[in-house]
Design a protein around this ligand. Structure first.
Ligand SMILES: Cc1cc2nc3c(=O)[nH]c(=O)nc-3n(C[C@H](O)[C@H](O)[C@H](O)COP(=O)(O)OP(=O)(O)OC[C@H]3O[C@@H](n4cnc5c(N)ncnc54)[C@H](O)[C@@H]3O)c2cc1C
Length: 465
């Protein structure tokens, strides 16, 4: 392979398998400390859109399949494939913000926290994802299970155009009027994307200036009553409240009270994305109505927050530099049935860092509602899953077993999956289970139109081209 020709034509960095830095660069492509046993032939870290074009053309002309690396946050390290070229977009992190028209054009690899920070300078906000370091790139293509989901919807609903480089080496803009089929696919296709997205055009919202949180801690002995009442109260809350039920390790000050349940408890987190303090406090006060509230072990009410703080807190629950497994679902089943079935699993989790979380409906409508104009397909009154999180390789077997058993329980309630939060997208049934049959069929026909030769790797596993 004439790598020198590629090096000459690209402004960014080319690292091939023979390069001493290769293993380190490859490992940095995967956020999870569980690294895949796969290896590309070359990693092209691009500097601009022209570099992307050059890389795509080089790959096509030299018979190399393409994988794309945004922020590297897929649990199964999809940017690292066997052979071919990984196009690494990690240097593309600029943004232009238009306050007057409430929109922004961003390059792909801006983190949730950075995007929130930049927008807040203009009193704007966007439905970012929950953790600080996750990048817009893959998140938006997946659909985007965002903060304030019930009010703003999946993040991809607020993307009004995407600039891409296609397999045939064309720079195109996809929107409702230009390449509408590509635009439809790119909002939900996730790691099966068959073009390189270089810019996202975002519709932004006025910044909620009174983001406020209330947190309640309950014993797992009271789980049934808590979940029944909290989910019921959720329907009465405005949709700008994000309501989540965590099965999680107790904070140190409550550990003693939770000894019987091996230091685990149920935490209810309610975040109001309000514009005034009164509006926030009124919305959150609804959680004070249930009879269960008298049983809570501790509570923190009406704490002022903002997007950056929220993502910092999530970053503690889903920490960097750990070994991770993850699976999710949305469901029409009753949250109480799902969570009661999982109660013993969280108590017996081999790692105290593992967590089970389900977000609930507020605002008198289902938490997740899809739209015909996007490939993203999920619908359901709750969304959540299990995350096994641990540190040492010697604990792999115990944690993998726990995750497998927990997922087997969750599966019995599953309606549909999210393509963006899983470590098992090598299973064709799992990939297709993230879409309705109609949307899957359409997605595959659009892929065949834009990438007829299968230049892009696509989904991992049995349906990989
Ligand atoms: C700690 C943590 C928290 C998370 N929280 C949330 C959350 O709150 N909500 C949510 O929806 N998701 C969440 N996710 C999942 C997240 O959306 C996905 O992991 C997503 O893939 C991250 O994007 P990335 O660019 O970092 O991924 P990468 O691993 O870089 O990309 C994954 C795949 O997407 C495709 N891809 C990425 N960028 C491009 C591009 N520009 N052009 C073409 N193809 C591309 C490629 O196929 C690539 O292999 C979380 C993940 C983690 C690890």
């Amino acid at each position: 392979m004439n790598w020198d020709q590629l090096r000459k034509n690209i402004r960014g960095r080319i690292v091939t398998a023979e390069d001493p830095a290769f293993e380190t660069v490859k490992a940095s492509m995967v956020w999870n400390e569980i690294k895949p046993d796969r290896s590309p032939d070359v990693i092209a870290t691009v500097k601009d859109d022209d570099d992307v074009l050059t890389a795509v053309n080089f790959a096509r002309e030299n018979g190399l399949k393409i994988a794309v690396h945004g922020g590297g946050h897929t649990w199964c390290g999809l940017a690292v494939r066997n052979g071919g070229m990984t196009i690494d977009l990690s240097k593309l992190n600029e943004s232009q913000i238009d306050k007057a028209n409430r929109n922004a054009i961003i390059q792909p690899v801006i983190s949730n926290q950075e995007l929130a920070h930049r927008l807040s300078q203009y009193d704007l906000a966007f439905p970012i994802g929950h953790c600080p370091t996750v990048k817009a790139s893959g998140y938006l293509l997946n659909g985007g299970m965002s903060w304030n989901l019930s009010e703003w919807g999946a993040a991809c609903f607020s993307v009004f155009a995407i600039e891409l480089v296609t397999a045939e080496g064309k720079k195109v803009k996809a929107s409702a009027t230009e390449h509408p089929d590509l635009f439809w696919a790119a909002r939900g296709c996730g790691p099966g994307m068959f073009a390189v997205a270089t810019r996202f055009h975002l519709k932004c919202y006025p910044l909620p200036k009174a983001i406020t949180t209330s947190t309640y801690y309950y014993s797992l002995d009271d789980l049934k009553e808590v979940v029944e009442q909290v989910t019921e109260l959720g329907w009465a809350m405005p949709s700008m409240v994000e309501l989540s039920i965590f099965l999680i390790k107790a904070p140190p000050e409550l550990a003693n009270q939770c000894k019987k349940n091996k230091g685990k408890l149920c935490m209810i987190s309610a975040v109001a994305f309000a514009y005034t303090k009164d509006e926030a406090e009124k919305a959150l006060a609804i959680l004070e109505q249930g009879s269960i509230v008298t049983k809570c072990l501790a509570k923190k009410l009406n704490e002022p927050s903002n997007f950056e703080k929220l993502s910092e807190v999530s970053g503690i629950t889903w920490p960097e530099h750990h070994r991770n497994l993850c699976e999710n679902q949305c469901s029409k089943a009753k949250p109480v049935d799902i969570l009661l079935a999982l109660r013993d699993k969280i108590i017996d989790a081999p790692s105290p860092k593992s967590v089970i979380v389900f977000c609930q409906s507020t605002g008198q409508h289902n938490l997740i509602e899809t739209r015909p104009e996007v490939a993203f397909s999920m619908e359901g009154q709750s969304y959540g899953g299990a995350w096994a999180i641990w540190e040492k390789p010697e604990d792999d077997a115990a944690n993998i077993k726990w995750q497998d058993e927990t997922i087997a329980i969750i599966k019995t309630f599953t309606n549909m999956h999210y393509i963006g939060e899983t470590d098992i997208v090598q299973d064709p049934a799992r990939v297709q289970g993230s879409y309705t049959p109609e949307k899957w069929k359409r997605l595959e026909s659009i892929r065949a139109k834009y990438d007829p030769e299968g230049l892009f790797f696509g989904y991992l596993g049995g349906i990989e081209k």
